[in-house]
Unconditional design. Structure first.
Length: 181
């Protein structure tokens, strides 16, 4: 924990000069001991080339370790890597799977990305009702882009469908995003 905290200080420049290379050193030590947020941050540093050379293979390795421990932002970023083909072959089904894991933890960006995938039929059959559900949930979390896209999808649904989906979304949210599909 102390190693992770020191890494955060270097990454953010809190009480010390900002130094991503030094942050990487301390994040990596904590990550090697299984610290899930440190694993995520090592992946983030590799992804952006902060303090280390950009390396998507290493990004993937560290995000997967953090994702396996339930770090929603690592799951989201893995989904993004697969959706964009960044360091891996583009695979919408893999992207969908990672986004679902993060979305079911309440991650508004993952919920938005799921809505977009359902709305475009990427990795799944085109499904405007599911698209609306996930965009509605993301919008409830304050995502303004989700509001705009939700309203576009709403034009493809009737008022009864919209009301039912909104009711489902509220139940889904109350149950901690379990059973949302």
């Amino acid at each position: 924990m102390a190693q992770h905290n020191l890494a955060v200080m270097y990454a953010e420049g809190n009480g010390v000069g900002q130094d991503y290379a030094e942050a990487f050193k301390w994040y990596r030590l904590a990550a090697l001991q299984g610290h899930k947020l440190a694993q995520f941050n090592v992946g983030l540093l590799f992804s952006n080339g902060w303090g280390v050379a950009q390396d998507y293979a290493q990004t993937l390795k560290w995000y997967r370790l953090a994702a396996a421990q339930g770090v929603a932002r690592a799951q989201l970023n893995l989904g993004f890597m697969y959706a964009e083909g960044r360091g891996v072959a583009r695979d919408y089904q893999q992207a969908l799977n990672w986004y679902q894991l993060a979305a079911k933890q309440g991650d508004a960006i993952a919920q938005y990305n799921l809505g977009v995938m359902y709305g475009h039929g990427q990795g799944v059959a085109l499904d405007y009702q599911r698209a609306y559900l996930w965009l509605f949930l993301s919008a409830l979390s304050g995502n303004p882009t989700a509001v705009k896209n939700r309203d576009i999808i709403a034009k493809r649904l009737n008022q009864n469908q919209i009301s039912q989906i909104q009711q489902m979304a509220h139940v889904c949210q109350q149950k901690g995003f379990k059973g949302c599909d």
